[in-house]
Design a protein. Structure first.
Length: 214
């Protein structure tokens, strides 16, 4: 107990100003996304840009590369949230769900990619937890896309990914990051219920419009 408390205190003391800003903006991104605010993508873009430099300086090249993907998705998400697929400007992309067949396909894809990259990492690197690390990485890639398209179930995917990430970070002694992901679990839970309520309101509005037209 004293060991991890000391590590947590040391991690807090060694945090750079840039890391504090990146963490604050990452939390702001989730809170704003929960409210469907377009500003969430501005927070995500700046936070991710900072993390690219932080991970590069820490020689975490794969993590830095993943942040570049997140940077692109922040731009894509901003565009998707302010336009519809028909190209109409300033139209709101509505929250929606995927059917179970699509979810099964996505889950199978993530597991397949995780196994493939896990085998490569296990055989050619000294990576810790190669298969679990691969799963959280590929799961994050897919789930980030789901957020840009306002798929309700993205919050449930994040609960799984973040929950597993807590174990990974804790095992590696990254206690502060693990606690950050505990906070993410609470935000994602509230985010899911917030989006579900909004989806129900959308459906009621569409039903009322249908009744009026008929």
């Amino acid at each position: 107990m004293e060991s991890w408390q000391a590590s947590l205190q040391n991690a807090w003391q060694t945090m750079s100003g840039w890391e504090v800003i990146a963490v604050a903006l990452a939390i702001a991104y989730l809170l704003l996304a929960m409210k469907e605010s377009l500003w969430c993508w501005y927070a995500a873009f700046i936070s991710t840009a900072i993390y690219i430099g932080l991970f590069w300086d820490a020689s975490l090249l794969m993590e830095s590369g993943l942040q570049i993907y997140y940077l692109g998705m922040a731009v894509f998400g901003w565009y998707q949230w302010r336009t519809r697929t028909d190209g109409e400007i300033n139209a709101t992309l509505q929250i929606h769900t995927w059917n179970w067949q699509r979810h099964l396909s996505v889950i199978a894809l993530v597991i397949g990619l995780s196994l493939a990259s896990g085998i490569l990492l296990k055989n050619h690197t000294q990576a810790a937890w190669p298969f679990v690390d691969s799963f959280t990485t590929w799961g994050s890639v897919v789930t980030t896309y789901m957020v840009t398209r306002k798929v309700l179930e993205n919050w449930l995917y994040w609960l799984v990914i973040d929950g597993i990430s807590i174990i990974l970070y804790w095992d590696r002694g990254l206690y502060l990051t693990a606690l950050l992901f505990v906070a993410y679990l609470f935000i994602c839970t509230f985010g899911f219920f917030q989006w579900r309520r909004q989806l129900n309101r959308q459906r009621q509005t569409e039903l009322q419009r249908s009744m009026v037209l008929n």
